[in-house]
Design a protein around this ligand. Structure first.
Ligand SMILES: Nc1nc(=O)c2c([nH]1)NC[C@@H]1CN(c3ccc(C(=O)N[C@@H](CCC(=O)O)C(=O)O)cc3)C=[N+]21
Length: 289
């Protein structure tokens, strides 16, 4: 059994991003910039946002966090996004999810300029990604694809079971795997017999938020298991959706939590941010020609 070491790969990618940022500064005179919008005071969200800013700083990416109270109106958030869309120092905009209940998440995500949508959550980028066209790809499933690649795991022709069908993880995960020529089964809360599907899979990608959802009896011998779940136990310990101790004995590769997909998410956000900066520079150059 081999551990899919997302921590190690993310460090490698972050180093590459850092040197690319230096290159962009030297050769093109631009500094990539990321704006993060944080609404409310959820400690988990605040912690993620901190990790993102820290990673930006280490890579030489300019970042600002725009914090807003829980009670802020949807219109006010839209107003701030409109300003960020126009701000030439901001290449990427990320609205930390989840948003408070009174806010329409789709309306907010659709208000981000598609060329600054480094989360890849806008319908424009979702559509382009689905068509296999150049687009921003959501950082978590993008990170999973990079992690598989690093270990020479090619999903082509494999039976892949994606468990979870959220707009930010499961759906884009299934799309990327389908585009990589996998035979994809997407399972969700309405799935009748989950085990029937997971047991048949060469690769299982699970991101649901349920402790021990995937147990060893649900996994084929030698399968590859990617754990995208995040669960905080009462004792403060962070675990995924997979019963790691028992499942790891049965599979060929498994990603741990922590140290698996999580760090890859941050690394791919940085990759998307410098991509946005490069695209901006190209657009500006064309205009000046
Ligand atoms: N607009 C938006 N974009 C996101 O990408 C987004 C979001 N909203 N909302 C919340 C989720 C969650 N997310 C994670 C990022 C890093 C780790 C990560 O680095 N985890 C570490 C552990 C960190 C710890 O110890 O808490 C690990 O798994 O090793 C996890 C989860 C990004 N998200």
């Amino acid at each position: 059994m081999t551990i899919l070491d997302g921590k190690a790969l993310s460090n490698k990618i972050k180093e590459e991003v850092k040197s690319e940022v230096q290159d962009l500064q030297m050769k093109k005179g631009i500094t990539p910039g990321l704006a993060v919008v944080l609404v409310g005071a959820d400690p988990a969200s605040a912690a993620y946002v901190n990790m993102k800013s820290k990673a930006c700083k280490q890579a030489g990416i300019y970042s600002i966090v725009h914090e807003m109270p829980e009670t802020i109106s949807q219109d006010k958030i839209l107003e701030i996004l409109a300003m960020m869309n126009k701000n030439p120092n901001i290449d990427g905009i990320l609205v930390q999810l989840p948003l408070p209940k009174h806010v329409d998440t789709t309306a907010i995500l659709e208000a981000i300029a598609p060329e600054k949508d480094v989360d890849g959550f806008h319908a424009y980028n979702t559509g382009r990604m689905t068509l296999g066209l150049e687009s921003f790809v959501p950082a978590t499933p993008y990170g999973v694809m990079q992690l598989l690649k690093e270990y020479d795991i090619n999903p082509e022709g494999k039976n892949v079971c994606v468990v979870g069908a959220s707009n930010i993880v499961g759906k884009p995960m299934s799309t990327l795997l389908l585009n990589a020529n996998a035979t994809v089964t997407t399972c969700h809360i309405y799935t009748k017999n989950l085990k029937e599907h997971t047991k048949n899979a060469d690769i299982i990608c699970v991101g649901v938020g349920k402790v021990n959802l995937i147990t060893e009896d649900m996994v084929k011998e030698g399968a590859i298991v990617v754990d995208i779940g995040i669960n905080r136990l009462e004792n403060g310990k962070l675990v995924g959706d997979v019963d790691f101790e028992n499942v790891s004995k049965k599979c060929s590769y498994i990603s741990p939590v922590p140290g698996g997909v999580g760090p890859m998410t941050i690394a791919m956000l940085l990759v998307n941010t410098i991509k946005a900066a490069k695209l901006r520079e190209e657009r500006e150059r064309k205009l000046n020609d």
